[in-house]
Design a protein around this ligand. Structure first.
Ligand code: GTP
Ligand code: MG
Length: 451
């Protein structure tokens, strides 16, 4: 136990050190660290997501060996996020008091507003399985048409936050809705992007099939839908399973024994979520620092292009002004009496007026040239923002051409909107030269990646 605690402390210290050493660079480039502050010392979380009636709550009851813990039913049953914790004294708590019972890293749930906080539930149960893991049940996902009835809080924001801090995310489907509910697809294309390494797909209720043909059709439909929803090349493993203790479907000819083995596999994954915690924390740090590196590299590349354009525009403006003024003086000098021909106060006064006129005209031209320069720079900036994808392909050409870094595109999907907003709002404030800070960051990213 003490070895675990001391290794958790050393992970914590290393992370703190890493973040402290790159915070100045992040601040200079207006990058907000994304990693949720998860402590390696707290119990791991397993998050159950999926269509309504996919069997999330039933699976949790099965794990706890108690059918009375979570309510189950055919109709959408749960509208709450339920955290099942271990405790000697069993009790149920809802709302703000429930949030207070949860570890500090979950306090950010408060930011999603009272509608969510009222739907946070804690159930303390004295079950062995909960000694090593916190189970999180979630409201069932519904179809896009049903979604018009608002949940009253940012459901996908909550999913994203929980996916960040949890160690295992189980996404459950059932034969009635094999991956087709709008929210399930939206979750996989949105908030779960970047967390596929901790995502396990479960095709539940396989005991409902009457024949292999029946099963193959539903499984095919699930794979088809997932292929469209998951922005990754390889389909992750799908755990086909069912919960025991139910009478098989009438006339069923399908052999369910193989599904038993897959259920046990997923149960073991849940029970050993503890072992994944350090890895998950390291992955989160790696992702955050890689995003920072990407943010800085791309910011510097675009900032330099903008700086070059700006300098060229200033040079053009200064040159045009010089030419315009010189030409003005020349014309004014040759118009009426030239400088050599000026004799007396009267001539001098008229000559002075001519020159003042030239100065006034060139100031006016200066304003016009300046406005043109500004609008050209703004147009160039907008073009740079529109072309961010192309710039990314150029900047990461070497890494992408090797074909080994699919994750970079996922990181880019997170980084791009932030950079676009940053360029539009304050590109002039971004540094052009990160000096050695970027190299130090790249060295640390490489170290974390290969640790
Ligand atoms: N045949 C069969 N039925 C199951 C299985 N697992 C769950 N069910 C049934 O499916 C129905 C829905 O189960 P729940 O556990 O309430 O589903 P849920 O995903 O929690 O649903 P929501 O809370 O509405 O999101 C219940 O009637 C369960 O008895 C299974 O493996 N096989
Ligand atoms: Mg439920």
């Amino acid at each position: 136990m003490s070895t675990t605690t001391s290794s958790a402390s050393s992970i914590d210290e290393n992370i703190q050190r890493l973040y402290a050493s790159h915070r100045a660079l992040a601040d200079r480039f207006c990058y907000t660290f994304r990693r949720a502050t998860v402590s390696p010392k707290s119990a791991p979380y397993v998050l159950f997501l999926g269509n309504h009636s996919a069997g999330k709550s039933s699976f949790i009851n099965y794990l706890l060996g108690d059918t009375s813990v979570q309510d189950v039913g055919i109709a959408p049953t749960d509208d709450a996020f339920t955290f099942l914790l271990y405790g000697e004294e069993e009790r149920d708590v809802v709302g703000p008091a429930a949030l207070e019972m949860l570890p500090a890293e979950l306090a950010r749930l408060n930011d999603f507003g009272p509608e969510l906080v009222q739907r946070v539930r804690v159930k303390v149960r004295k079950r062995d399985v909960l000694r090593n893991v916190v189970l999180v049940d979630s409201p069932g996902m519904i179809d896009a048409s049903e979604k018009s009835i608002s949940r009253g809080y940012d459901f996908f924001g909550v999913i994203k936050f929980l996916a960040e801090i949890t160690d295992l995310v189980l996404m459950m489907f059932d034969p009635d809705k094999p991956g087709t509910t709008g929210e399930a697809v939206e979750a996989m294309t949105g908030p779960l992007t970047g967390f596929f390494f901790k995502l396990r797909l479960i095709f539940n209720k396989c005991d409902r099939f009457t024949s292999m043909y029946d099963y193959a059709r539903a499984y095919g439909a699930l794979c088809w839908n997932l292929a469209h929803a998951l922005p990754i090349k390889d389909l992750p493993k799908i755990y086909n399973c069912f919960l025991p203790g139910r009478a098989p479907a009438a006339g069923a000819t399908i052999n369910l024994h193989d599904f038993d083995a897959l259920r046990e596999e997923i149960v073991n994954e849940i029970k050993s979520a503890n072992a994944r915690r350090a890895d998950n924390i390291q992955m989160a740090v790696n992702k955050d620092l890689t995003c920072l590196e990407m943010h800085v590299r791309m910011a510097v590349r675009v900032r330099r292009a903008l700086a070059r354009y700006q300098w060229a525009a200033w040079a053009l403006l200064a040159g045009s002004m010089l030419l315009f003024t010189a030409a003005g003086f020349l014309v004014a000098d040759n118009w009426g009496k030239s400088f050599q021909e000026v004799a007396g106060w009267g001539d001098g006064f008229i000559y002075g007026l001519k020159m003042l006129g030239v100065l006034a005209l060139s100031s006016l031209a200066g304003f016009v040239f300046f406005a043109i320069k500004r609008s050209c720079i703004n147009r160039f900036l907008e073009q740079q923002v529109v072309d961010l994808d192309k710039t990314f392909e150029v900047e990461y050409n070497r890494e992408l051409s090797l074909g080994t870094r699919d994750d970079l595109r996922q990181f880019w999907a997170l980084t791009k909107p932030v950079l676009a907003g940053l360029f539009r709002a304050r590109w002039r404030k971004l540094p052009i030269f990160p000096w050695g800070a970027l190299r130090r960051l790249q060295r640390d990213v490489a170290q974390v990646t290969h640790a």
